[in-house]
Design a protein around this ligand. Structure first.
Ligand SMILES: Nc1nc2c(ncn2[C@@H]2O[C@H](COP(=O)(O)OP(=O)(O)OP(=O)(O)O)[C@@H](O)[C@H]2O)c(=O)[nH]1
Ligand SMILES: [Mg+2]
Length: 250
């Protein structure tokens, strides 16, 4: 398989204020590039002029209510940082790239950070159909964000591809004192909808790398799987990795 080069995220010139978790200048939100199938499908050439080489690429979207920590999760994964401070909501949509080594292949994830606010919903809907995976977040300290997961799943079924990989994440697991949603409740809801689940913390880094790696592995397996090869079991992989790491890995 020939190697391609990863593409740098492009931004718009009219920038809103950066989020404390943006780790960048707040560029590229409402006017970020339209969904581009050519960038992310394994069989097509990259139009890159910079960055790392990769073998296959996938588009992953972060979705969920405003304030659940989508931007912080992405910044933690991409830059390994958590920038505490006042919360500034994402405007529109933006993306960052990261290349992971998965079973001897370089897998590029193009990760789209969406705005959770209702008023941007129509902007984000347009991006669902190209997504290979969706990380659906709620905030374990915010019951409403958990209750809204059902509505998010309905939206996903309406706008995303049928075989999209969906993973439910209960974020802010570090907030022990403020927690109002138990881990078991998250597990139960995920089981009901047949999607994998884990708790994360953008603040401590808990399970952040694991969430993205698990999704990248699932997508890579789907693409390269031989007919007689067993199906990759995402939840089993996640559970095993968490057990190995003594429940908490960052
Ligand atoms: N304790 C704790 N706080 C977090 C965590 N992740 C995010 N936060 C805080 O939650 C607030 C919202 O985080 P964002 O990442 O900006 O939320 P968002 O989901 O991107 O929100 P929108 O852009 O409006 O959709 C910020 O004040 C963060 O500092 C976490 O894992 N733990
Ligand atoms: Mg955000």
């Amino acid at each position: 398989m020939s190697r391609k080069k990863a593409v740098k995220a492009k931004g718009s010139s009219k920038s809103p204020k950066p989020s404390p978790c943006s780790g960048r200048s707040g560029k590229g939100l409402a006017a970020a590039a339209a969904p581009s199938g050519g960038l992310v499908y394994p069989s097509r050439p990259s139009i890159s002029n910079s960055g790392e080489f990769y073998d296959i690429a996938f588009k992953v979207m972060l979705v969920g209510d405003s304030g659940v920590g989508k931007t912080c999760l992405l910044v933690r994964f991409k830059d390994g940082a958590f920038l505490a401070g006042s919360f500034i909501s994402t405007v529109g949509i933006d993306f960052r790239n990261k290349v992971l080594n998965i079973d001897a292949l370089k897998v590029k994830l193009q990760i789209w950070d969406t705005a959770g606010q209702e008023r941007f919903r129509s902007v984000t809907h347009a991006y669902y159909r190209d997504a290979h995976a969706l990380l659906l977040l709620y905030d374990v300290t915010n019951k409403r964000s958990f209750d809204n997961i059902r509505a998010w799943l309905t939206e996903i079924h309406e706008y995303a591809q049928q075989d999209v990989v969906v993973m439910l994440l209960g974020n802010k697991a570090d907030s022990t004192h403020d927690r109002v949603v138990k881990r078991e409740e998250g597990e139960k809801l995920a089981k009901e909808f047949g999607v994998p689940f884990m708790e994360t913390s953008a603040k401590s880094g808990l399970n952040v790398e694991l969430a993205f790696t698990a999704v990248a592995k699932e997508l890579k397996h789907r693409t390269t799987k031989e007919p007689d090869e067993p199906k990759f079991q995402l939840q089993e992989y996640v559970d095993k990795e968490m057990r190995t790491a003594g429940c908490c890995r960052s």
